[in-house]
Write a protein that binds this ligand. Structure first.
Ligand code: C2E
Ligand code: MG
Ligand code: MG
Ligand code: MG
Length: 287
């Protein structure tokens, strides 16, 4: 009996494993095609200065539209691209597209904004990163200060020497650094002290619980207080309701990003969206 049950369990497990491996192989194949056929695009999600309602910038978010699968979530395919290092060339394409979008915003009269670009650990340690950033800024004649690189705690596990060497050269170009998904990883807080960070993004998992869960609220409130004492900027991501926005304002949070203010907007629609939802540069929904 026991033996048989054990056997069945193992079989079910093997089948499950087999299906997962098979799905993964199919996903990898589809991603190779996607890179070849350029099935990727970028959406830009506006961010807002809470105190004034002014547009403060955008986060660039990759989108993959597969002819049969439809839209595939980056949470599903980015890890696959990271493992195969294909995120590196795709990442350069994303960075260049962000620079082009920056130029287009400047030409439309927008000035005080920053475009945040997600950077995987594989991209951060790629030896071409620094020369490529330099030559792209040159090519488009742009100041680095229009851009911010979002690192996760996965990147921050590099040695402090490696981190500082790479970061200081990028900071020399005027580019800012943010820590993404703050509070969800394993790293210690000491990197806030040791590394030249400009901004902290509070993970949306804390936002979703902040109205009902006292612990989530306290974590947000004390993160905001700490980050401000360190004189860094603090962004709350995943802001979906006015109550959340109001509490963030009371706690002194600098910037909000979330569906309440704007969803990620496909690049071709961005200019029109901003005109409609941020007349004179200020969020229409502000009361
Ligand atoms: P992330 O960098 O933390 O990005 C924020 C995610 O929260 C995005 O998911 C965004 O669409 C979503 N979001 C924004 N506001 C709200 C809200 O109010 N409610 C909810 N429920 N969600 C909200 P998305 O676009 O699916 O991206 C998922 C993750 O994939 C990103 O998390 C990032 O880690 C990664 N990713 C996306 N684009 C890129 C990229 O260009 N390069 C790299 N390396 N990673 C990327
Ligand atoms: Mg991000
Ligand atoms: Mg995040
Ligand atoms: Mg995330």
């Amino acid at each position: 009996e026991v033996k048989m049950n054990g056997g069945n369990g193992a079989q079910a497990y093997n089948l499950d494993m087999y299906q997962r491996v098979q799905q993964r192989v199919l996903l990898e194949q589809d991603l190779k095609e996607a890179l070849r056929l350029n099935q990727f695009s970028i959406s830009f999600q506006p961010q807002m200065t809470i105190a004034t309602g002014a547009l403060s910038g955008f986060e660039a978010l990759i989108r993959w539209h597969h002819p049969v699968r439809g839209m595939v979530s980056p949470d599903e395919f980015i890890p696959v691209l990271e493992q195969s290092k294909q995120i590196v060339p795709l990442g350069y394409w994303i960075i260049e597209a962000c620079m082009q979008q920056c130029l287009s915003l400047l030409h439309s009269g927008w000035h005080n904004f920053r475009i945040a670009i997600n950077l995987s650990a594989e991209q951060f340690v790629d030896p071409e990163l620094i020369p490529t950033l330099k030559s792209l800024l040159d090519k488009y004649e742009l100041q680095g200060s229009y851009f911010e690189l979002e690192l996760t705690e996965r990147t921050l596990v590099q040695s402090i020497e490696t981190m500082l060497t790479i970061m200081s050269q990028i900071k020399e170009m005027g580019i800012h650094f943010a820590i993404d998904d703050f509070g969800t990883g394993y790293s210690s807080l000491s990197y806030l002290k040791k590394m030249p960070m400009d901004c902290i993004k509070i993970d949306k998992s804390f936002l979703s619980g902040m109205l009902e869960n006292a612990a989530d609220f306290q974590i947000i409130a004390s993160t905001i207080a700490m980050v401000q004492k360190l004189q860094l900027q603090v962004v709350a991501e995943g802001v979906e309701t006015r109550e959340q926005l109001e509490l963030l304002r009371q706690q002194g949070c600098d910037i909000a990003q979330g569906y309440l203010i704007a969803r990620p907007i496909p690049q071709p629609e961005l200019a029109g969206f901003l005109e409609e939802h941020f007349p004179k540069g200020v969020w229409r929904g502000l009361k």
